[in-house]
Design a protein around this ligand. Structure first.
Ligand code: G6Q
Length: 546
């Protein structure tokens, strides 16, 4: 029996009625009506504090949203995920990134087999390898220790490692260089290698399938570079290349000994893989112990998501609030604003996590959805964003809910700068919520004609997420917070948050055009006129005969 469409549910209709009654209220009125809401509409878990009081909600909204989650089977679906059921229906796969951070003592069965020992066996191999590289015991072809690590991968095999490296730079080996190559644009690899000694450079080729065009092309080019720089001998590959993949046969075909391969499993989605062996560069940078702390942070949030009651459950609340704005207020985007420069790649990472997961147009039953699904996530660190796009959030015509992320203690204390940073975060949430009225503007002596331009309406909702400090553990909890928020949203919309058929299409498309750019002579082109013209124009620029 197929699941009813969302808008037909009585719980949905109750929310729609509630929204109609609430939509005229301002945040000022909501705070006046319930002065303690700043302390009450908050939740804490796994070391994170969420203040959701500056949202256009009341306690009743949260109760109704939790009812919707119950009616939609979000909790049963969550339990099915943790249980190893094949909830990725279109690919018939379990979704078990939570197993990647399960303690050794746990047992999680996939097809009757406990996967936890395998997870820890890979982690132990990664740790042994990392220790060898970090201590200088692992020597390259010319007998030198590795000082440079270049991780080659794309999408889910790149965004997590880049983000984690940047986020945890404070904890990384400063005497080693870490770089990431993803784009098939030759510039990416050229820039990453141009000033490095190949004799001290280790490549990690990260690809779940080991068939991805960009990654395999870059890996071949990197292999040529190493071989050429180190005397033309193919045996360099054994000392300078390791692979992270689920596809041992393709790794071997590439020429990497499977003894130098770190595996993972089809139940880890690319965008959920930064805590698998795909995170080898992270472990090399911060060391095995800190990597395990990061895993412990992920696990703490997993446990919170699994056990905390709905009204106190951070990822559930954030997911439900995202649904609330997306579907009732018609908000098309969510801004993520980390007040931490180390998190500069966090919004880019979240873009894949959220938009690849919930950018879907049919339900699990293959029916068209009856309401909007995944919002667009975007953002930049504060305070930088305050000097550019915040203008549109404050005074534009769109409603853009924001997640502001801040830390109690800086990693790099410098005078009182951290206070200034946090003062900005707090002040922005206040300004977004309460704005500036015409009376306030006038009281500042503003001439009448200028008043409307300076008025800020307020009512711009924010979540404030606070943690003690940006440690490996905190990063794990933050990522898991968003993973489970995405899960919650997808479960409400009854979509498959774990497939990516649009991305697969993109992987196939270029394969047809590549030979049309390269074949000598005049290839027969059967695309639309625009595509044919672009291909001919490119060929002409290469000096090809038309
Ligand atoms: C992630 C996506 C996608 C994938 C890349 C790389 O969820 O499926 O971003 O990670 O296309 O794929 P490979 O790891 O197989 O090279």
């Amino acid at each position: 029996m197929s699941t009813p469409l969302l808008r037909t549910l009585p719980e949905w209709q109750a929310l729609a009625r509630h929204w109609r009654a609430l939509r005229g209220s301002t945040l000022k009125q909501l705070f006046d009506a319930y002065p303690q809401r700043g302390a009450r509409l908050t939740a804490e878990g796994a070391g994170l504090y969420l203040d959701y009081s500056k949202n256009l909600v009341t306690g009743e909204t949260i109760r109704l949203l939790a009812e919707l989650a119950r009616a939609r089977g979000v909790f049963a679906r969550r339990d099915a995920m943790f249980h190893g059921d094949r909830i990725n229906a279109t690919e018939k796969r379990a979704v078990l990134h939570v197993a990647l951070r399960a303690p050794r003592t746990e047992c999680i069965l996939v097809d009757g087999k406990d996967v936890v020992p395998e997870v820890h066996a890979v982690l132990d191999r990664m740790a042994a390898f990392s220790d060898k590289v970090r201590s200088g015991e692992w020597l390259g072809h010319s007998g030198k220790p590795m000082r440079n690590v270049i991780s080659i991968g794309i999408g889910g095999s790149d965004l997590g490692p880049v983000m984690a490296y940047e986020a945890l730079k404070h904890f990384s080996r400063r005497d080693m260089t870490f770089r990431f190559v993803s784009n098939v644009d030759p510039t990416d690899l050229a820039e990453a290698t141009r000033d490095l000694d190949a004799g001290e450079t280790l490549f990690i080729v990260c690809s779940k399938t080991f068939t991805t065009l960009e990654t395999l092309t870059n890996a071949r080019a990197a292999r040529d570079w190493s071989v050429q720089q180190l005397g033309g001998d193919e045996t360099v590959v054994a000392r300078h290349f390791v692979a992270v993949s689920t596809n041992a046969a393709e790794v071997e075909k590439f020429g990497i000994d499977t003894a130098n391969m770190f595996g993972f499993w089809d139940w880890v989605g690319g965008r959920y893989s930064m805590d698998s062996a795909i995170g080898l560069s992270t472990m090399l940078a911060i060391g095995p112990e800190s990597f395990r702390e990061m895993l412990a942070g992920f696990h703490a949030m997993d446990e919170h998501f699994r056990n905390a009651p709905a009204e106190h459950n951070l990822p559930l609340l954030m997911g439900l609030l995202a649904v609330w704005y997306n579907n009732f207020f018609g908000a098309q985007t969510v801004a993520v604003l980390p007040y931490a420069q180390y998190l500069k790649r966090f919004p880019a990472y979240l873009q894949q996590l959220t938009m690849e997961s919930n950018g879907k147009h049919v339900t699990l039953d293959g029916e068209r959805v009856d309401c909007a699904t995944g919002p667009i996530y975007w953002g930049e660190p504060g305070t930088n964003g305050q000097h550019s796009f915040y203008q549109l959030i404050h005074q534009g015509t769109r409603l853009i809910p924001c997640d502001c992320i801040g830390f109690m203690h800086p990693l790099d204390p410098l005078g009182h700068q951290h206070d200034l940073l946090m003062a900005n975060l707090i002040a922005q949430t206040e300004a977004l919520a309460f704005g500036k009225t015409a009376d306030q503007v006038r009281a500042e002596g503003t001439p009448d004609w200028l008043v409307p331009h300076r008025v800020c309406d307020g009512n711009r909702p924010t979540n404030t997420i606070l943690a003690d400090q940006l440690t490996p553990r905190t990063l794990g909890t933050l990522v898991a917070l968003y993973e489970h928020s995405v899960f919650t949203q997808g479960a409400i919309w009854n979509i498959d948050s774990f497939d990516q058929w649009g991305v697969e299409l993109g992987k196939q498309l270029a394969r047809k055009v590549v030979p049309e750019l390269q074949t000598p002579g005049t290839p027969k082109l059967d695309h639309d006129d625009s595509t044919n013209t672009l291909i001919r124009r490119y060929r002409a620029a290469q000096g090809s005969i038309q």
